[in-house]
Design a protein around this ligand. Structure first.
Ligand SMILES: NC(=O)C1=CN([C@@H]2O[C@H](COP(=O)(O)OP(=O)(O)OC[C@H]3O[C@@H](n4cnc5c(N)ncnc54)[C@H](OP(=O)(O)O)[C@@H]3O)[C@@H](O)[C@H]2O)C=CC1
Ligand SMILES: O=C(O)C(=O)Cc1ccc(O)cc1
Length: 446
């Protein structure tokens, strides 16, 4: 794996960039690339033509067309930004219209189906260079990882793509499609499984966690804000990258297994086994005493997260309750069982993964906190119900993914999304501020 900072673009006024799929990511690319001076032809589904044409009517560099045939035949570099599960039929439809000698890529979060569709449906004279911006549409692209995959392309075509995308000022990471899927399975799919399960558990126990005294403090703020951030998004993004990524099933399954096994140890009061297992995982993932894998400075600065609370605990509440942090213990156990060293993936990590690793590291760097979480796991019944629901949820997601059940996945997501919906507006603001503060604090350290 290699990476490089992007260079300043050399503008070719005759080079046209096509965007098929003008959802959140497509629009973000259209705005940023056109602002840098690139000429864009873009489309979404035909029924959205009028609305999109109106939305971009003030932008001289963006022309909205009625469908992907029109975009494909007139563009030199075409990016498909559609739902991962739709990539095959959409490329089947428009791929044969691709301009002779053009370059085609996709923005989907999982490259296996995307590359298969390109190989199957694109004419052989077309070069394939795919990409993946490893962040959501509202995150500042500067300095974020942008994966580039030179799948079937001349050096010249690849250089053209790099040149166009250099205006994002992201950090280019060069991978194969297979490497991409393996790494994002480790970083994204399994991280999302943890937050999706937290949401389900809070929903099942009918609580808005920020309203009680149980979930207070920096680690809890990350859990709550990122859970809400995920449930506020479109379901297909998370379903697609979990179900369609052939590398992700093993990770999500192991996360469910680790959660269940640690929960059993807690429930059955097997303190020594729990401690032994968690400390063995710690050594494997974070390095043994004296040879740590983490940096001298923690990923998260102490106290940086405390301010990002969504609510105030009720008047007269006692101090924050210590938590056994089953989700974090299970994450480290899962990484350990799969031989994953999360720091190896920092170069292509999402903001969410960095935060998740940050809080995990925070717990495991602090022996008193870790020991307290083990003690609470054995002695304290306060979180038993929540943990039971969390375990059930983790197993439910894993089963759904293993059986490739898109529809069940969507329904599981939608019902919990509805439960939390009233709080999305505020949560996104707080979540954005939290991510900004954490990114700023990690940038200071670089
Ligand atoms: N959101 C994120 O944080 C990120 C997403 N990605 C990936 O990028 C891709 C796009 O995601 P995102 O923008 O969030 O999703 P959106 O749902 O916002 O956008 C996808 C768009 O493609 C449209 N579309 C579907 N079929 C066609 C078609 N035949 N012709 C033209 N347009 C079509 C969809 O229409 P309709 O809704 O009617 O189906 C929709 O407007 C996904 O594969 C996702 O995994 C990558 C990085 C980050
Ligand atoms: O940071 C995350 O994991 C997100 O949730 C945003 C996201 C979603 C899908 C992607 O393909 C890339 C980034």
């Amino acid at each position: 794996m290699a990476s490089s900072e992007s260079k300043s673009p050399e503008m070719d006024p005759n080079f046209v960039v096509g965007l098929i799929g003008m959802g959140d990511m497509g629009k973000m690319y259209a705005r940023r690339l056109s602002a840098a001076g690139w000429r864009i032809l873009a489309c979404d589904r035909e029924e959205k033509y009028d609305e999109l044409a109106e939305e971009f009517s003030g932008n001289n560099n963006v022309q909205i067309l009625r469908n992907g045939h029109l975009v494909s035949r007139a563009s030199d570099y075409i990016v498909y930004g559609v739902e991962a599960a739709a990539i095959s039929p959409v490329v089947a439809q428009y791929g044969p219209s691709t301009k002779l000698g053009a370059i085609v890529g996709g923005q989907t979060s999982c490259k296996d189906p995307e590359i298969q569709a390109f190989e199957k449906y694109l004419p052989s004279d077309v070069d394939i260079v795919s990409c993946h911006s490893l962040h959501g549409p509202n995150v500042d692209t500067r300095g974020q990882p942008l994966v580039l995959i030179k799948h079937r392309a001349s050096d010249e075509s690849f250089a053209k793509v790099e040149n166009v995308l250099s205006c994002l000022n992201s950090k280019h990471v060069y991978l194969t499609a297979k490497e991409h899927d393996r790494i994002t399975a480790d970083t994204q799919a399994v991280t999302h499984a943890a937050f999706l399960s937290m949401g389900k558990a809070w929903h099942a126990t009918k609580q808005f966690p920020w309203e009680g005294a149980r979930y207070v403090g920096g680690i809890e703020n990350v859990k709550i804000n990122l859970m809400l951030r995920i449930y506020a998004q479109k379901w297909h993004v998370y379903a697609g990258l979990a179900i369609l990524n052939p590398e992700a099933h093993k990770q999500i399954n192991q996360f469910a297994k680790s959660t269940t096994e640690l929960y059993y140890l807690m429930l059955e009061g097997r303190a020594d086994e729990l401690r032994e297992r968690v400390y063995a995982a710690k050594d494997k993932v974070f390095g043994a005493e004296g040879s740590p894998k983490w940096a001298a400075q923690p990923l998260l600065r102490d106290g940086v997260l405390d301010q990002f609370s969504l609510g105030k605990p009720p008047e007269g509440h006692s101090p924050p309750l210590p938590n056994n942090h089953l989700s974090l213990l299970a994450m480290v156990d899962c990484w350990s069982k799969l031989g994953i060293v999360p720091y190896d993936h920092m170069i292509c990590s999402t903001p969410l993964f960095r935060l998740w690793l940050g809080v995990t590291e925070h717990l495991f760097r602090n022996k008193a906190l870790l020991d307290e979480s083990l003690r609470v796991g054995i002695e304290d019944n306060t979180f038993r119900r929540d943990d039971l629901q969390f375990t059930i949820a983790a197993c439910g997601w894993a089963e759904c993914v293993a059986l490739r059940q898109f529809e069940t996945w969507r329904e599981r997501f939608a019902v919990t999304q509805k439960f939390f919906e009233p709080r999305f507006a505020g949560a996104i603001e707080v979540g954005n501020a939290m991510i900004k503060a954490v990114l700023a604090s990690s940038a200071e350290k670089e």
